[in-house]
Write a protein that binds this ligand. Structure first.
Ligand SMILES: NC(=O)c1ccc[n+]([C@@H]2O[C@H](COP(=O)([O-])OP(=O)(O)OC[C@H]3O[C@@H](n4cnc5c(N)ncnc54)[C@H](O)[C@@H]3O)[C@@H](O)[C@H]2O)c1
Length: 357
């Protein structure tokens, strides 16, 4: 009986060349296209270059979330069209979540869908963005507003790529691991001290084990509910507030990394969990302490709160009248579709601003 990783064709490897080579041989594509950004072209492409057939075509886009947009998408479609990509071509998305999101969407829509594989190179993409079939672009200043759910033929996760990932990007990915753990694990996780977490992230062997564990949590949930009708909404924990923070700061000179925004969102949504579902206060304070130690904090003004609440209403999970959160009654026990009022959202933001540990 295949496990959850096999169902979604996810390979976790210590030997990227060997596994990519065997995947390409098995797929036997008519032509191969690589998509990377400026950083992954420099740091990651050399690690797979050797095993590619001489005829591959490589397209590099500018790094950064602000480029996950319709203009870049059009450039990728143009690249595929100009190089005569056909149904049986293969697009290899080599990069972080920005690349796997936009590349997955380009491949899913070009000629109504060509084959693609993801090679996630950031921690966030390895444990989250490249897993579960969601792809897309930002549109009209709204995160991931245009996209599809369409699974890659294979996802190859190679922790060795993380050696060149900047430390703040590693921490950004760790926030999604923390989220997975809070929705699906037991209490032990919050007993990790800041030093212990840093030690684990910096050790390639423990990191490998943590990555595999986190991917298993996400794949089990997305297998149970690929189109987010029900339990997959659990994965939105931290993201109702997180996306609002991310969108708010994307318009400033100090954009927030996705995982950092999710970490701050976790604080707000745990506060609401405490108020509405009785989530334990001491555990909440312990998690806040860890998040502040790892991610610092943002300092929005009280006057910014209406704008943040408006951004929550514009999120595709919500409507004009309702904001929808996933909350926890305790670690490992989530409740999807918790509807909150604007006043509750405001209270959570004020709590975030005022709580001191
Ligand atoms: N589809 C989903 O289910 C899903 C889930 C979570 C997040 N996301 C999306 O993922 C994106 C965030 O992903 P991200 O944090 O990976 O962002 P990213 O792709 O922008 O990568 C972060 C930075 O790290 C660099 N980088 C990546 N791998 C590297 C490596 N090995 N060495 C050196 N530099 C490297 C990138 O060039 C970039 O500058 C957001 O767009 C978010 O919306 C999607």
């Amino acid at each position: 009986m295949p496990g959850e990783l096999e169902f979604q064709n996810i390979l976790i490897t210590r030997n990227i060349s060997f596994d990519l080579d065997s995947v390409i041989r098995k797929m036997n594509p008519e032509s191969i296209f690589i998509l990377s950004d400026t950083n992954t072209a420099f740091h990651c492409f050399p690690k797979i270059f050797d095993i590619l057939p001489a005829t591959y075509q490589h397209f590099t886009i500018d790094a950064g979330e602000k480029n996950k947009n319709i203009e870049t998408l059009q450039n990728i479609w143009n690249f595929l069209a100009e190089n005569r990509a056909v149904k049986n071509s293969l697009l290899i998305n080599l990069g972080g979540g920005m690349i796997t999101d936009i590349g997955g969407f380009a491949a899913s829509t070009y000629k109504r869908g060509i084959n693609f594989i993801n090679i996630p190179t950031s921690l966030l993409a390895q444990v989250d963005a490249s897993i579960g079939g969601k792809n897309g672009i930002n549109y009209h200043h709204m995160k991931n507003t245009i996209g599809t759910i369409n699974f890659p033929q294979t996802t190859i996760v190679a922790p060795e790529f993380l050696k060149t990932l900047p430390h703040n990007e590693l921490l950004s990915g760790y926030a999604e691991m923390l989220k997975h753990s809070l929705i699906a694990d037991n209490e032990n996780f919050v007993n990790f001290t800041e030093e212990k977490i840093k030690e684990k992230i910096d050790n390639p062997d423990t990191l490998y084990t943590l990555i595999e564990h986190s991917i298993r949590i996400k794949t089990a949930i997305t297998l149970a509910d690929p189109f987010e009708k029900d339990v997959r909404k659990a994965l939105n924990f931290g993201h109702t507030f997180g996306h609002a923070f991310e969108e708010f700061y994307i318009q400033t000179e100090k954009p927030l990394k996705h995982g950092y925004a999710v970490a701050y969102g976790i604080i707000c949504e745990l506060y609401i969990s405490h108020k509405t579902l009785g989530f334990d206060l001491l555990t909440l304070l312990k998690i806040i302490e860890i998040i502040y130690a790892l991610y610092g904090r943002i300092d929005f003004a009280l006057d910014d709160i209406p704008k943040l609440i408006l951004l929550m209403h514009q999120d595709k999970k919500n409507s004009d009248s309702q904001i929808n959160c996933t909350c926890l009654s305790k670690i490992g026990k989530y409740e999807i579709n918790t509807l909150i009022t604007d006043q509750t959202a405001k209270d959570a933001l004020i709590f975030y601003k005022q709580v001191t540990i």
